[in-house]
Design a protein around this ligand. Structure first.
Ligand SMILES: *[C@@H]1O[C@H](CO)[C@@H](O)[C@H](O)[C@H]1NC(C)=O
Ligand SMILES: *[C@@H]1O[C@H](CO)[C@@H](O)[C@H](O)[C@H]1NC(C)=O
Ligand SMILES: *[C@@H]1O[C@H](CO)[C@@H](O)[C@H](O)[C@H]1NC(C)=O
Length: 247
């Protein structure tokens, strides 16, 4: 009798073990392709440093593994973020895999960049961005600008759009500071991105950005203001499609 009950509990333990293994297996991350698509190639080297110049700006950069495109993607960031966000999200690594040079900046007063007096005026912010691009020898930039970083990207766009190969505003701040005519004059190919659930800046910025003559709009489902964080795979797919089709 004792022996039977022991073997029964052994069977129960074995069953439990199998169930646990099954749960662990099911709970494992997806296939490796999926992981590397999202998190990037661990072999990619991320360079980091300060730009020269009188208000040095911290940046992280990846050089393309197999340079294929003469376009540099410059990633700005929102208020709660910095250049590290684009490394964590795998965006820098992914762009490098696809042949793009990618640079993420810490805006003044964020991450490793010191605050800058220059950043207190609209003209100063545009000039600062201009100088950073020069320092980093970025000549064919596609500017990715979420939220707060619109305070830099929009004044730069209005003056320096001839230098941009593309513009990717993600519910940027300060669109209300420019007129319909000013937007109309900017011919830069633009991908307007926002999260479906964004109640902060999406609607207001979209109303203005719609006046850019060459734009397309992508709304990411089930995503909020920081839609690239909520739906990184969708974000990466849409961004790469836009980049791959630039003239
Ligand atoms: C890293 O690079 C080496 C050499 O090119 C390669 O053999 C290895 O598979 C790479 N590792 C990953 C995780 O891609
Ligand atoms: C937008 O315009 C307002 C009022 O003219 C000004 O106070 C503000 O500094 C401007 N903001 C930006 C980001 O340029
Ligand atoms: C508009 O932008 C697309 C890329 O999104 C580009 O292929 C096309 O040439 C642009 N059209 C004009 C008229 O600039």
């Amino acid at each position: 009798v004792v022996q039977t009950s022991m073997s029964r509990s052994q069977v129960a333990l074995l069953g439990l073990g199998l169930l646990l293994m099954l749960l662990l297996y099911v709970g494992l991350p997806g296939p490796p392709e999926q992981t590397s698509w999202l998190w990037g190639d661990p072999n990619v080297t991320i360079l980091a440093g300060l730009t020269p110049g009188n208000s040095p700006i911290f940046y992280r950069e990846v050089l393309p593994l197999h340079p294929a495109r003469r376009v540099e993607v410059v990633l700005l960031h929102g208020k709660a973020f910095n250049s590290h966000t684009w490394e964590q999200l795998g965006t820098l690594q992914l762009l490098s895999q696809r042949g793009y040079r990618a640079v993420a900046l810490d805006l003044p007063g964020f991450g490793n960049s010191a605050p800058s007096e220059e950043a207190s005026t609209e003209a100063g912010r545009a000039e600062l961005l201009q100088r950073v691009l020069q320092d980093l020898e970025v000549h064919n930039a596609v500017l990715v600008s979420p939220s707060l970083s619109g305070r830099y990207a929009l004044p730069f766009l209005m003056r320096g759009h001839h230098q941009l190969r593309g513009f990717v505003p993600i519910a940027p701040a300060s669109t209300q500071n420019y007129t319909q005519e000013q937007f109309w004059a900017v011919k830069t190919p633009t991908l307007i991105l926002y999260g479906e659930l964004d109640r902060i800046l999406a609607r207001e910025s979209l109303r203005q950005l719609r006046h850019l003559p060459n734009h397309s709009v992508v709304k990411l489902r089930d995503a909020g203001h920081a839609c690239y964080l909520h739906k990184p795979q969708d974000f990466h797919l849409v961004l790469l499609t836009f980049l791959d089709h630039l003239p």
